[in-house]
Design a protein around this ligand. Structure first.
Ligand code: 9MR
Length: 561
């Protein structure tokens, strides 16, 4: 049927930061400038101006015009933009627009913890559930998980961590990236005296323990990742198992505690090992102030992992397989370089510095698979380890990438720092937007340039409704927000007794690949930016994932600060 993309005037449905950019996109067949009006909550006109014709937007196929509220800085709620008879969804302009989302985006992680009951006192009755995968029937995992048959002959206690996404697997490469992003969020907050470093900011069991909540949350994943390391005395000791998941994909809906399947440890990979090396090194630096013993343990595991990866530099996780994501990757020079940079940042050792071989590249950005750029983001946190010249070069590199993203964003009808060169959106494209925005924000911090800061903020407009489907991709934030994401417990659309996704959960977003049956049935012929459907079965466009919400958490913390 005909898809409903909502109002023709597309805005950030949550709102705009009073001191930030405020633009909207108008979908129209008109090609001449029109008059726009800004209406307040009482329908009074508070500002007016002219639209700017843009033309056809390549990735959406929409003919659009642009609206810029420019210098309008007054705060308000329930505002709307009007062009002719077209009225936008309501939005706010404020100074604390992102305060709530910032918190919810981080509480996503507690809600997806494995091995601990999710308690009503923190999340409310609807989201409470018993602990998953503690070896209590019908669960078979994760307290003693055997290796996949014929791959090794031991079992490990790999309880805890976060479930990857809508499934019950736990995968090292993207779990480590997600935890890394939370640790980087913490460091960014610490450098800006922002409340992201505070205790009692999240509704989690550790709140009130005197330590930053964001570090408590990241430690839940770190403890799990450390358990995935092959113990001394076993073949491939020091390497890290790539993943642990069910023998076959479980069906939907299914609460974690009700999963009856056998779970297995899948063989170690060089990529997973280097992810632990990188994250463990970052952990050592970040937790040194809060938990010395833990920081020391992190560094030991990281250095052990590094040594093991050097001994086994080409052990690749296979593509395909049953019951879980593959997270396959046969190029690990980037993982080596990222790990080396984090280990150099933590220890200052020249040998690690020499092993850094990659820099940030606009075309790559970063993702669970492409980690080369993270070497530069690691160095950006330890300027004192670099000469003034090297600091300057690093700033130039990151600023150069940011320039590309600003240009990409400005050249599109729906401002987005993610603009794939091949004109195709990938699985998890929204994380491409958020990760590129994080790079913009870091560039803004390093250079003080407003253009980078504005572009980072404007990226959130795309995620929150100023896009080709007129939809906020974040549950509970915006008039039309995604709420049927692919998830085995947040499966309200399949079982009314179950909740919808927790507020602040970001959908993967448009994916040109149409890699699931629901997308294939509904989205044939879609323009890249429209290959999205808010149905629970569309895992390739509408799943949630830890490494996507970590990007949202980083970015909204930045916007809030
Ligand atoms: O985020 C992953 C994406 O980059 C891959 O293209 C895709 C297919 O391999 O897998 C995505 O990760 C999924 C994982 O394989 C299984 N759990 C859910 C993840 C998010 O959809």
């Amino acid at each position: 049927g005909v898809r409903d993309y909502g109002p023709a005037v597309r805005v950030n449905q949550l709102g705009y930061v009073a001191g930030g950019p405020k633009r909207a996109t108008y979908v129209t067949t008109t090609t001449t400038a029109q008059t726009w009006q800004l209406l307040d909550g009482g329908n009074q006109i508070v500002a007016t101006g002219k639209t700017k014709p843009y033309g056809p937007d390549a990735l959406s196929g929409d003919n659009v015009q642009l609206i810029d509220l420019g210098t309008y800085r007054r705060t308000g709620t329930g505002l709307r933009l009007k062009v002719g008879d077209d009225l936008s969804d309501p939005f706010d302009i404020g100074t604390d627009v992102y305060a709530g989302l910032r918190q919810d985006a981080l509480e996503y992680f507690y809600n997806n913890r494995s091995g601990i009951p999710i308690e009503a006192q923190y999340v409310g009755d609807a989201y409470a559930r018993p602990a998953g995968h503690l070896g209590v029937a019908p669960n078979k995992g994760d307290t003693s998980v055997p290796c996949f048959p014929a791959t090794c002959d031991y079992s490990l206690d790999v309880r805890g961590g976060w479930y990857d996404a809508g499934d019950h697997g736990k995968y090292v490469v993207n779990g480590a990236l997600a935890a890394w992003q939370l640790l980087d969020l913490y460091e960014r907050s610490a450098g800006h005296h922002d409340r992201g470093t505070a205790d009692n900011t999240l509704r989690i069991p550790e709140a009130g323990n005197g330590k930053p909540d964001v570090l408590d949350e990241a430690k839940w994943e770190l403890d799990f990742l450390l358990r995935m390391q092959v113990p001394a005395g076993q073949p491939l000791a020091g390497m890290v198992h790539h993943k642990i998941h069910d023998e076959k994909w479980t069906g939907l809906p299914l609460a974690p505690a009700a999963d009856p399947q056998q779970r297995y440890l899948y063989p170690p990979s060089t990529a997973a090992t280097l992810n632990l090396a990188a994250l463990g090194a970052r952990c050592a630096r970040v937790y040194a102030k809060w938990d010395k013993a833990f920081a020391t343990r992190c560094l030991q595991s990281a250095e052990t992992a590094w040594t093991a990866a050097r001994q086994h530099p080409a052990v690749y996780a296979p593509a395909g397989g049953e019951g879980g994501g593959a997270y396959d990757d046969t190029k690990v020079t980037d993982e080596f370089s990222w790990a080396a940079a984090e280990l150099f940042a933590a220890t200052g050792k020249a040998s690690y510095r020499k092993a850094i071989t990659t820099t940030l590249k606009a075309a790559d950005g970063f993702s669970w698979q492409e980690t080369g750029g993270l070497a530069d983001l690691a160095l950006a946190r330890v300027p004192w380890r670099l000469s003034l010249l090297d600091q300057w070069k690093l700033r130039q590199r990151i600023a150069g990438v940011a320039d590309t993203y600003v240009a990409d964003l400005k050249s599109q009808g729906y401002a987005n720092p993610y603009k794939p060169a091949d004109g195709k959106y990938v699985w998890g494209s929204n994380s491409g937007t958020a990760n590129n925005a994080m790079i913009l924000a870091i560039a803004a911090d390093l250079t003080g340039r407003t253009a980078y800061r504005s572009a980072a903020l404007e990226s959130l407009d795309y995620l929150l409704g100023r896009n080709a489907v007129g939809q906020s991709y974040v549950t509970g934030y915006g008039e039309r927000s995604s709420h049927n994401q692919h998830h085995r417990f947040w499966a309200h659309s399949l079982d009314p007794a179950l909740p919808s996704p927790y507020p602040g959960s970001m959908a993967g977003g448009p994916n040109s690949g149409l890699q699931d049956p629901v997308a294939q049935r509904n989205l044939q012929g879609c323009a890249p930016a429209k290959c999205y459907i808010d149905e629970i079965g569309s895992y390739s466009t509408n799943e949630v994932a830890v490494n996507w919400n970590s990007a949202l958490a980083w970015l909204t913390a930045y916007a809030d600060s």
